[in-house]
Write a protein that binds this ligand. Structure first.
Ligand code: NAD
Length: 278
């Protein structure tokens, strides 16, 4: 597992809970510590709800190892990358991984929007690159978009589709395209909600109330933006704008201001709403 942020820790947890040994690798040792605490508290919540046993909780935790060195992934069968949503960062990491990992290791990315075809283009044996787009929070959400790069081989797709089911998730077969399906539909809606705040149409609370009570959404779009991370929402809008070259995908200026201010949502303690800092 590459990247121990909110998605990396969740993916590591579901893989370990399904019985797979996991190496969680991040450049930042503090992120690795936070990931372990997050996995522990998530398993404790499942235990309290009777959805796991004490033995399974302990065994799951014991299957997750941490590392800062990329070499720790040299012998793995599968790498799932969940680092920052940036083409430059992901390309660099795929180049490094291709040099360090086994030639037959499958290289999956949890990217929300970046072209898998572009990532596959920088590795040796590009047929092994695929998108595995988990939803947040990973332990609770049943969907994984399985995205085929132009180069993805059928054996790679079949393996990842079967693995997704083994993790207890439902795979959906999606072609490579900016934002895939989930974020092509979701993120412009969040962007439009941000425009409503920006233009002073209503308060953030009111906008979320409209969508919860009026559209039966379990969570308002602005609270969801805070959960996803405002930086990630902005990055996905930029990928849609760049990928389709259509001004209907222009990011709301308020999102840019928030990212510049470091108001990234739950992870920074401040987004459209305020959160206690962990
Ligand atoms: P995050 O900011 O919580 O975590 C990113 C982590 O990557 C950080 O811990 C950072 O230290 C680490 N990192 C950065 N460069 C690295 C490198 N070169 N090697 C190893 N680690 C590195 O972000 P996140 O929300 O977990 O998102 C990660 C990925 O998952 C992104 O591609 C994002 O688009 C995708 N995603 C996010 C969500 C969501 O709701 N947040 C949902 C689905 C997919």
């Amino acid at each position: 597992m590459l990247g121990a942020g909110q998605m990396g820790s969740g993916i590591a947890q579901v893989c370990a809970a399904a019985g797979f040994p996991v190496v969680l690798r991040d450049l930042d040792p503090a992120a690795l510590d936070r990931a372990r605490t997050t996995i522990e508290s998530s398993l404790d919540r499942l235990l309290a709800k009777g959805r796991t046993t004490r033995e399974d909780r302990d065994a799951t935790l014991a299957r997750v190892a941490s590392a800062t060195a990329l070499e720790a992934l040299a012998e793995v069968d599968l790498v799932i990358e969940a680092v920052t949503e940036s083409l430059t960062v992901k390309r660099a990491i795929f180049t490094e991984v291709s040099a360090v990992c086994r030639a037959d290791a499958i290289l999956a990315s949890n990217t929300s929007s970046i072209s898998l075809t572009r990532l596959a283009a920088v590795v040796a044996h590009p047929g092994r690159v695929i998108g595995m787009h988990f939803m947040n929070p990973v332990p609770l959400m049943p969907l994984v978009e399985v995205i085929r790069a132009r180069q993805t081989s059928t054996p790679t797709f079949d393996t990842i589709e079967a693995l997704t089911r083994a993790l207890g998730k439902t795979p959906v077969d999606v072609k490579n395209s900016p934002g895939f399906v989930a974020n092509r539909v979701l993120i412009p809606m969040i962007n439009e909600a941000a425009f409503c705040v920006h233009e002073g149409l209503a308060s953030a609370e009111s906008i979320d109330t409209v969508m919860k009570l009026g559209m039966n959404h379990p969570m308002g779009p602005l609270a969801l933006a805070d959960l996803i991370g405002i930086d990630t929402v902005l990055a996905i809008m930029e990928v849609l704008l760049d990928g389709f070259n259509d001004s209907k995908y222009r990011p709301c200026p308020l999102l840019i201001e928030m990212v510049d201010a470091g108001h990234l949502g739950r992870k920074s303690g401040q987004g459209f709403f305020s959160y206690p800092v962990k």
